[in-house]
Design a protein around this ligand. Structure first.
Ligand code: UPG
Ligand code: MN
Length: 764
């Protein structure tokens, strides 16, 4: 297809980081020195007063060293991918079709106005409209969502041509109209001004129709359109599919892609596998309707921020000599209207910038669940074409028989036929001509609850089941099949979404992620097994472990955090005295580690405050969300509880009319609480640390410290640092109106834990 002279569509650029590598090794040497010294002290029987404290510290520090090593591996050789969409025209005769998936699950937590903006931004992408189709999965089975989308499909007929005509830079209308008014002079100025004003008023009308829609009256008046919602329960209803727009049929010349609404069948007798289940239904429905060889998926709050994103993605999917290099192209998650300095530590900028680029330099970027372009065949479990130097397993090589396909994909003839083309690697199948509505029956068949029974869906085909963090798990399966993946780092960022704010929502999200990660670790899909038995590369496996071990870090970090308060209360020590030379090692480690992290934030153009917020949140998350995730999975393993996907609340402001967004004087960056059990351990830890500091200080002043064996500067610093990290809880305990204060039920449970711990410490 391409002659050697032509310029490449993408370039893989290794990023130099010599100074960082030295810093990585410096921290590593300090960690090793700490371990060596502690082990030597223990072996010599010289641990002052508390051998088991020293032993526990040794175990924790050994674990921290392992985590550091995993991180060093993950970040060691970062690469960047530069993409050149302007070269597509000369390199490629035809662009492949793209099916775009949007998932939504709850019209209350995910307001339809938010979803609509995401959908509009996708419909208006710079890409041949006939090659795009947008599918929305609604697990909330909400007539409001359908209504909003129906309205949006109408609005799109004005919006899409407007965006194309004027080269609008951000095509989610709420963002576009919330920035400054029309600024353009010259000849086009007058016309643009008029178009802009008209468009803004149309959008406001749309937003208010969506805002004012009322579920009951929609369903009541629902003869035609909403008839299927009458009596439908979101947990128990037949499939609803609506073709809101069929670009083949409607010759209105507006260039708006097809748009399909799907609420998959639900029944209490079947497990629905949350988002992974929704993605698999979207995959199958789109297979029998448009069957594009490339699929883009975004969460309902993740709008396309760069209208060229699909073209950039094509540079990665089509721009390598071997397709194995780009099984998928993932954009880093970035956030819209994010709070200043990341008070809840969930904007993940440094993680994406350091680990994301690091992954990209190994087998490839991890799949992040949203903002990702997949090859359909990769999702179908097809391994990459063999390159000359690799011996590959033969699964799904050649053309599988009808029987084999049926076993994998289920009994739908239409699906099997469409899968055949995809498996053979066809990227430019002629678009089907029959209209979409004629294939609704086939689409309903593949979205039924029982369709997957006995097939490979959720195992070797589609999004993998069994983890709340289906994205990491699915990406891992793809890498284990031998694919590599690319990082789609465009400027401006490809997609922007919402990060949760407030304590409860942020910790719930972290808890879900950690729960899912632990589910991966203890399953047969864990990366170590995949590395041994399949084609997950060793360093990629170790990089995955950096993320996968989040919940396992909780018990170690909690144990270490308790050592300081324990020693102050029990009049013991677990660190060398300030007067001993051995003290310099933990001191240097503490300083170097924190300066290293701070420097990472600086390099990512973030503030010192953002570093501190993230550092602090990581301590909080570890003893709350990760710890609870750990316990939840233990209970699940014992068969005592189930894990569920708790959907993150999407900020209302995002979809609201452009000039809405009232400010009631509340401080959105301040930590909030509710009576959820996640708040109990950090509350207890806060109280404990404060009590321990007070007892330790009193003892020091009264001169009652155990001679030689008692706590020293190290223990005080540990305890003090803990209080600083848990400062939001100190504030929450000290008072605070409403959700700014820690509820009494949490305080009482925490109080009981502290009392029990203090009793243990002071027993003898
Ligand atoms: O039963 C469900 C539950 C969720 N969703 C959708 O899944 C998406 C992600 O849910 P959200 O509550 O926004 O979770 P986040 O924590 O923000 O999502 C991150 O983490 C998830 C894994 O835990 C990934 O699936 C997401 O892509 C990733 O952005 C949303 O579009 C939901 O509508 C469903 O479709 N069905
Ligand atoms: Mn989200």
């Amino acid at each position: 297809m391409a002659s050697a002279k032509k310029l490449p569509l993408q370039e893989r650029v290794p990023l130099a980081r010599t100074a960082w590598k030295l810093a990585d090794l410096a921290v590593l040497s300090l960690l090793l020195a700490l371990l060596a010294r502690r082990a030597a002290t223990l072996l010599a029987g010289a641990a002052p007063s508390c051998t088991w404290c020293w032993l526990a510290a040794l175990v924790c520090e050994a674990w921290f060293t392992v985590v550091w090593l995993l991180n060093v591996n993950g970040k060691w050789n970062p690469v960047r991918f530069d993409t050149h969409p302007e070269r597509l025209a000369e390199r490629i005769d035809e662009l492949p079709a793209v099916d775009m998936f949007v998932t939504t699950a709850d019209p209350k937590l995910e307001p339809p106005a938010v979803t609509v903006n995401t959908v509009l931004s996708l419909l208006a992408l710079d890409y041949p409209a006939g090659k795009l189709a947008c599918y929305i999965s609604d697990d909330g089975c909400s007539p409001l969502t359908l209504f909003a989308l129906r309205e949006a499909a109408e609005f799109a007929k004005l919006w899409v041509p407007f965006c194309r005509k004027h080269g609008v830079s951000v095509r989610a209308p709420f963002v576009y109209f919330s920035s400054a008014g029309p600024e353009r002079g010259g000849a086009a100025g007058g016309e643009f001004q008029r178009d802009w004003t008209a468009m803004k008023s149309e959008y406001e009308k749309l937003a208010s129709r969506i805002e004012n829609a009322d579920e009951e009256s929609l369903v009541r008046r629902g003869a035609g359109e909403f008839a299927e919602f009458v009596g439908a329960d979101r947990r128990d209803h037949p499939t609803i599919i609506k073709v809101l727009r069929d670009s083949c049929r409607e010759g209105d010349g507006t260039g708006v892609p097809s748009l399909v609404y799907i609420s998959r069948e639900k029944s209490p007798r079947h497990h629905h596998h949350f988002k992974a289940g929704a993605m698999n239904v979207l995959t199958r429905v789109s297979a029998v309707l448009t069957n594009a060889p490339v699929m883009l998926n975004v969460d309902c709050d993740m709008f396309a921020n760069n209208p060229q994103v699909a073209l950039h993605a094509m540079c990665l999917l089509l721009g390598f000599d071997d397709e194995v290099h780009s099984g998928f192209a993932q954009a880093p998650q970035k956030f819209y209207g994010a709070l200043k300095d990341d008070p809840f530590g969930n904007q993940l900028e440094v993680i994406y910038e350091k680990l994301g680029f690091g992954f990209a330099g190994l087998q490839g970027m991890f799949y992040g669940g949203t903002g990702c372009f997949h090859r359909r065949k990769v999702i179908y479990g097809v391994p990459p074409e063999p390159t000359t130097d690799v011996q590959q397993p033969t699964r799904m090589r050649g053309s599988p028989s009808y029987k084999e396909l049926q076993k994998m994909f289920g009994s739908s003839k239409e699906l099997i036929e469409s899968a055949r083309g995809i498996i053979s690697g066809e990227m430019f199948a002629a678009a089907a001509t029959a209209d979409l509505s004629s294939r609704i029956d086939a689409a309903k068949e593949v979205s039924s609850c029982s369709y997957e029974a006995g097939t490979s869906w959720g195992l070797e085909v589609g999004w993998v089941y069994g983890s709340m963090t289906e994205d990491i798990l699915t990406g891992q399966r793809i890498h284990a099949a031998g694919w590599r993946s690319a990082l789609l780092n465009t400027d401006p960022p490809a997609f922007l979404g919402g990060a949760p704010t407030g304590g409860p929502a942020s910790l719930t999200q972290y808890k879900r992620w950690a729960t899912g990660l632990l589910e991966i670790i203890i399953s047969r899909n864990n990366p170590i097994l995949q590395c041994i038995s399949r084609r997950l590369e060793l360093r990629q496996c170790l990089a995955y472990l950096v993320i996968d071990v989040w919940p396992l870090r909780a018990p170690f970090e909690l144990c270490y955090a308790l050592l300081g308060p324990y020693c102050l209360l029990a009049n013991r020590s677990f660190l060398p005295k300030a007067s001993e030379p051995g003290f310099l090692i933990p001191l240097a480690l503490f300083l170097t580690y924190n300066v290293y992290n701070l420097a990472e934030y600086m390099e990512c153009r973030l503030s010192a405050r953002a570093w501190w917020n993230n550092h602090r949140m990581q301590r909080i998350v570890s003893c709350s969300a990760w710890l609870l995730a750990f316990l939840t999975v233990v209970l699940k393993t014992l068969g005592l509880s189930e894990t569920v996907f708790e959907v993150t609340r999407k900020e209302q402001g995002q979809g609201a009319a452009p000039d809405g967004g009232g400010d009631d004087g509340a401080d959105p960056g301040r930590f909030t609480f509710d009576s959820s059990p996640v708040f109990v351990p950090p509350t207890a830890l806060t109280v404990l640390a404060v009590v321990a500091l007070a007892v330790g200080a009193w003892r020091a002043v009264a001169g009652a410290a155990a001679a030689g064996g008692g706590p020293g500067a190290g223990e005080f610093v540990c305890c003090g640092w803990l209080v600083l990290c848990l400062w939001p809880f100190v504030r929450g305990l000290a008072g605070g109106e409403g959700s700014y204060g820690i509820p009494w039920s949490v305080r009482i449970k925490a109080g009981l834990l502290v009392a029990a711990f203090v009793h243990l410490c002071t027993r003898n």
